[in-house]
Design a binder for this molecule. Structure first.
Ligand code: F0G
Length: 421
């Protein structure tokens, strides 16, 4: 084979029409058909064992060159050509276990991959370090996203680090206080769109090219490459022994897409031989993907979304086609949890001393449903992904402490009154 026909290290392929383009093409959708793009990499030219040895070495490696990042540790499978990396660092999130949550869910050993431990408090940092690295690579001056809050906070932080202008569109009145505070503090230009997330998403896609901004929602395939590392890192923490089930909240469907792609690639590269079943959990009144699952994905559903879990209040998910592939290839399922179930699961996670934001608790509510409906066989390991930090959404549940006079007797009376409640 001549040099010129050799595959480059990475390129982009449209998952709808198969059209291919170079890895530094700034278009975030297929130029031919508007379909979703996927980054493809040439298989690493080293053995499986050598690859895993590198991942292990970097885990305890020295600082610098992204070595301490739980994303860039896996660079061969994320962006092998990356040179100037924009990293906080991120990732390296814990896999937690609490007996109280085993009791709550009825799962013998429920493991929680807590992505709220990322620098801006959500999993979005894993995709954003790669997305903003790509933005710098293609010479973008400004980046943009629509967001229910976490993408906005993450985009704003990484754009600030790379000294890029950041434009953020959020649904007016639809974003939790902690997230908005972050986006503004990091210096993004934030606009509240009169409408919901789906209106914001449509607007940013329609105006992106005209405004000359690089779109960093999870339609951007480089975001997906970064989010794959949730799976890579959790498997590394489990000594590459896959769990039976991985449960994750599902909104715009970037994570389900990323998880499916990571598992497919790990199997193709011989890292794992068994694929875990993916479980997406949607809020009951924001569940177009669950409706799609119920009809075998024959039609694409959209809804007007409503839920207390504002992060996943999404009625027209952007990564639909990729996520369908992920569910099909992993024999996955899509569940719904009511707002009451979500808040109940959040209270259980919070009381276990862990804490998470409401959308994250959907994963625990979903895991509980799996156990209750007898779908988890004895001995099967379950990992639930907690996507965001408790402080992201401090308003839920409402917490106004009882005010007291600064005396011992007043304190005693208040404690007694609380005990009687
Ligand atoms: N959990 C949290 C905390 C989120 O912020 C999001 C999405 C999800 C789950 C759903 O993940 O979209 O990959 O299916 N938040 C986006 C945002 C939409 O703008 O921050 P998904």
């Amino acid at each position: 084979m001549s040099f010129s026909t050799d595959r480059p290290r990475s390129w982009q392929t449209c998952i709808a029409c198969g059209n291919e383009t170079v890895d530094i093409d700034p278009a975030t959708r297929c130029r031919q058909c508007g379909g979703l793009l996927e980054v493809r990499h040439r298989a690493p030219d080293i053995t499986r064992d050598e690859l895993l040895r590198r991942f292990t070495e970097r885990r305890g490696g020295p600082r610098g060159a992204g070595a301490t990042s739980g994303v860039w540790r896996f660079r061969e499978l994320v962006m092998p050509s990356a040179e100037l990396i924009v990293s906080h660092p991120e990732g390296n999130t814990p896999l937690l276990h609490r007996t109280a949550l085993d009791e709550y869910t009825g799962i013998p050993e429920l493991l929680l991959k807590h992505e709220g431990y990322n620098p801006t408090g959500s999993f979005k940092d894993r995709g954003m370090t790669v997305g903003v690295t790509q933005a710098v690579r293609i010479g973008a001056r400004a980046v943009a996203c629509a967001s229910t809050g976490n993408t906005a906070a993450s985009l704003a932080a990484y754009a600030a680090q790379a000294r890029l202008a950041a434009l953020v569109l959020v649904p007016a009145g639809g974003v939790a206080a902690g997230k908005l505070a972050q986006a503004v503090a990091y210096g993004a230009q934030v606009f509240a769109v009169r409408g919901d997330f789906d209106d914001s998403m449509r607007l940013v896609e329609e105006s992106g090219a005209r405004l000359g901004v690089y779109l960093l929602n999870s339609v951007n395939p480089y975001r997906i490459e970064g989010q794959k590392t949730i799976i890579l890192e959790l498997l590394q923490q489990l000594a590459w022994e896959p769990p039976a089930w991985i449960v994750v909240p599902a909104g715009n469907l970037g994570n389900l897409s990323a998880f499916g792609k990571a598992l497919r690639e790990l199997r193709d590269y011989g890292v794992i031989s068994r694929i875990p079943r993916l479980v997406g959990v949607q809020a009951a009144a924001a569940a177009p993907f669950a409706a799609g699952f119920a009809d075998g994905f024959r039609t694409r559903h959209t809804v007007r979304a409503e839920t207390v879990a504002s992060a996943i209040r999404i009625g027209n998910p952007a990564s639909w086609d990729r996520a369908v592939q992920a569910i099909r290839e992993t024999d996955g399922i899509v569940l719904t949890a009511t707002d009451d179930e979500i808040l109940d699961a959040k209270a259980a996670v919070d009381r276990a001393g862990i804490g998470c934001e409401p959308a994250s608790a959907a994963a625990v509510a979903g895991a509980r449903q799996l156990a209750r409906t007898g779908r988890i066989a004895p001995g099967e390991r379950v990992v639930a992904v907690l996507t965001g930090h408790l402080l992201k959404d401090p308003g839920l549940p409402a917490t106004e402490p009882v005010a007291i006079e600064p005396t011992v007797s007043a304190l005693e009376r208040a404690i007694d009154a609380a005990a009687r409640d």
